[in-house]
Ligand binder design. Structure first.
Ligand SMILES: C[S@@+](CC[C@H](N)C(=O)[O-])C[C@H]1O[C@@H](n2cnc3c(N)ncnc32)[C@H](O)[C@@H]1O
Length: 205
């Protein structure tokens, strides 16, 4: 069992999802104690976007996935500070979570925002948004659910978006299904530097 061994005050430790094992799929109703639609933010960073969305959309549940401990703790703290019991965080690798821990057709929306770009040619195989991962996303997103992708890396945007476009389970849509979106923490930095942002939305058929 993963624990903070008493190092973290219990108030925000309670906003972490700890798994008793890495084989049973997550029961959303048990985790959130309701049956509201579930959004997952993959690689949520410091959680500025997820927390703002959770605050704005108390009708949805949000799971932030982040592999770095310090960032995951910041998200849990924001969940308390923003008064968002509908926001939980798990410290885990995104692809594992999607493939092994999420039930088929159980998620209403997946957000993949400013994922690590792995810019060098030899590193591109480490990028999350690849055709095989899109197949896994299609399995967990409910029909009429959404996938939301944004990045400042032009080439990743083109290659990643094309992988989703080519999957017959997804249909690209023009507008955000949730209206105006809060900026992510990384997005604020890139916009301040004048970088162009690529963003796209797809509906699960
Ligand atoms: C460039 S940051 C973007 C963070 C946030 N989405 C934002 O836009 O502010 C990418 C984040 O994804 C996390 N990350 C990268 N690969 C991951 C993976 N496979 N599973 C979980 N988290 C991952 C990194 O630790 C980092 O916090």
């Amino acid at each position: 069992m993963n624990t903070f061994q008493g190092a973290v005050p219990s108030l925000y430790e309670a906003r972490f999802l700890y798994l008793e094992n890495l084989f049973d799929r997550i029961e959303w109703e048990v985790l959130f104690q309701n049956n509201h639609p579930v959004h997952i933010d993959l690689g949520a960073g410091d959680g500025g976007y997820t927390a703002a969305m959770a605050q704005k959309h108390s009708e949805f549940n949000f799971l932030a996935v982040e592999r770095l401990k310090g960032r995951a703790i910041k998200i849990a703290k924001k969940s308390i500070r923003f008064n968002c019991p509908n926001l939980r965080v798990i410290r885990l690798e995104s692809a594992y979570l999607i493939r092994w821990l999420v039930k088929p057709s159980s998620v209403d929306a997946l957000h993949l925002l400013f994922p690590d770009p792995w810019p060098k040619r030899k590193q591109q195989k480490f990028r999350l948004l690849q055709p095989e991962f899109v197949v896994d996303l299609a399995k967990v997103i409910k029909p009429d659910g959404y996938f939301h992708f944004a990045t400042d890396h032009e080439e990743y945007f083109e290659i990643g978006s094309s992988a989703v476009d080519q999957n017959p389970d997804f249909q690209r849509i023009v507008d955000s299904p949730w209206g105006e979106l809060p900026p992510t923490d990384f997005e604020k930095q890139w916009v301040a530097q004048g970088k162009k942002i690529g963003r796209a939305f797809w509906k699960r058929k």
